[in-house]
Each structure stands twice: as C-alpha cells, then as structure tokens.
Design a protein around this ligand. Sequence first.
Ligand SMILES: [Zn+2]
Length: 389
Amino acid sequence: MSSTLVTGIGELITCDGTGEDQLGIRSGAALVATDGVIAWIGPDAQAPAADRRIDVGGRAIIPGFVDSHTHLVFAGDRSEEFAARMAGRPYDGGGIGVTVAATRDADDAVLRALVAARLAEARAQGTTTIEIKSGYGLTVADEVRALRIATDFTPETTFLGAHVVPAEFAADRDAYLDLVTGPMLAAAAPYARWIDVFCEPSSPHAFGGDEARRILQAGAQAGLGLRVHGNQLGPGPGVRLAVEVGAASVDHCTHLSYADVEALSGAWDTTVATLLPGVEFCTRSPYPDASRLLAAGVTIALATDCNPGTCYSSSMPWVISLAVTAMGLTPGQALYAATAGSAASLRRTDIGRLAVGGRADLTVLDAPSHLHLAYRPGVPIARAIDLDS
Ligand SMILES: [Zn+2]
C-alpha cells in the first residue's frame, strides 16, 4: 500500500456534484490516493497522514480528461491533404485510404512507438483515459494488429473495421460487409471492448443506415458494446440508429434534426452524444449547438477524434475552449462533458470524476480555476499528475 496526500489545492473540481453544482467545486480541500484509488477527500486542515505529500501551490485540480474518441493507431502523414483542404478542397472521407496504405506498410514496433508518443502527448495535456479505435488496417490481420497494439495502452479499444470500404472492395461492398461482420469481427472481438461504424450515407466510402445496423447487430452478438460515427457530413440515420440499438455513444452529431435531438433526449441515460469540435475547426464545418442538446436533456461528451485526416490534435483543453467559444457551452459544462460526460460514453463511473473509491486520475492546472481552460486557449496549463513519482 502506498498513499499520497495532495494538498495546497486552490480549487478542487470533483465533477461529482449534483444539479447547479455538478462540478462539485470545493475550496480548501485536500485528497488522499492509495494505490491509484481515491481514499479520502476533505478539508485540508483535517487531512490524514500519508506516505508522500504533493503540494500543488494553489493550483486547480480536476479529474483527468477522458478522451473517448481517438484513432491513434496509424502511420503516414496527411499534412498536404490538410493544406489542400484549407485551400478549398472539400473533405469526403476518401483520404482515409492514404492512411490505410501507410499503416499496412508500417511494422509493429513503428506503430507501437507512434501510439506511445501520441499517448504521452495527450497525458502531458491532462488526459488520463483514452479510447483507441482500429480502422486503418481493414484486413483481418491488420485490424487485429491495430487492436492488439491498442490493448497494450488502454482497455477502451474499439473495432472499426467499418471505417470505410477499402479500395479493393469498392466494386463489391457486400463482400466487405460479409468480411467485417464475419471473419474480421471474430478475429478482432477478443481485443476489443467496442465496435464502431462510420455511418454516413452521403459519403461513398462510408456506410448507410441498413449497412451500419447490420454491423452493429453483429458486434452486439459478439459481445461488444456499440458506438457510432453519425451525422458528421450531413443529416442521416446515424443518431437514430445509435439510439435504436442502444449504443453507448453517437459521435460527431454535427447535423441534427429535431427528431435526432428528441431521440437523444429520450435516451439520455443510454446513448451519449459525443461532440468533436476539433473536427469542425480543422475542416471548417459548422459546429453543432451543444447548448440546445443540454437544454433538451441530452447527455453530452467531448473528445478529440485525434486522427490524421480531420483533426490531428490530442488536446482536450483545446477542445474545451472550442466547445465554449463556438458551441455555446459554459466552461463548467464543457469541463463536465470532457470528464464525467465522456466517462458516461464509455459506461464508466470510476473515471471522469473524483470520488472516494474511484480512480485517482488527477490533472493539475497551472491556474487558480477551471475557467482558465477556455480562457487561455492553446496555452499548455493542464497536465496529468503522476502520483507515484
Ligand atoms: Zn472518429
């Protein structure tokens, strides 16, 4: 047993409050972690003894960010595509094929090192839990390899064989659907907690509503939890399909109809709407109205969608600042969505909040309050604390 007392906390955000105070803001509080689990939270003056003591000097402490949507297992470089898009070329998902080719060509050690470096980058910005999808292999062996590498870094691994229809199956989509729902799923399932599908009928590379339903139903039968990429490039069936099949999360939600919002509202305790404003920023797309979702009672999460095509950023603080400046959230609502909200999208209650018995995943801000996350965009004020060093 090894315990650490964290003291000198200017503002403690637990994200374990209720109602108006869902952030659970405390001043003058201290916290004790024992073997990575929170053992005590209370007034600094009453703090019990511990093996080690960390004084954060008046800084704010928040729950570590939960980045519930990333595509970290990839090789190659698409900076030229980004530059071209900024020069006016629209994005339709086709560039994924470029990453697929580069990822298939990379050996295991290279891919593993790339993932490790991206995770270190995220942790240095305050992220303590990350979800990682496959989806740049698109063969049985390459999807399994991506998931095997991802499981070395996180339990939150997602099989995304249905990212796009790979070029070699362009003339026979049904054959690829048979592969994804058959041998590829069977081989991937032991390494995945979740299955995801890029449901976007407007893209010739992605999947329509009926195709996506077939993929999700096969995943559920294989024992996987369900996630959906939906309503990113235009209106579509993704959101309502996610609700229909009981998915834990539908991600993007950029183009929502009234019926979509109604469906999400009715499923507030089942299906989280995960917003990825970094994608809207990097693709110059319109932002969803997050305050409208909250007003309708929808549970929302924030994540990066860190990927080589549409948002190559692992920065949750930057996502929070975008959510506040461009999507109508308050700084507190954005922080809650990036921690407790994204934990809910992973159906986890041990992360995304600071409570006795939960994981001691702490992030410290070089600032007196959480407001600085949105107030100081692009400034590296957040980092995960290593309680054992
Ligand atoms: Zn994605």
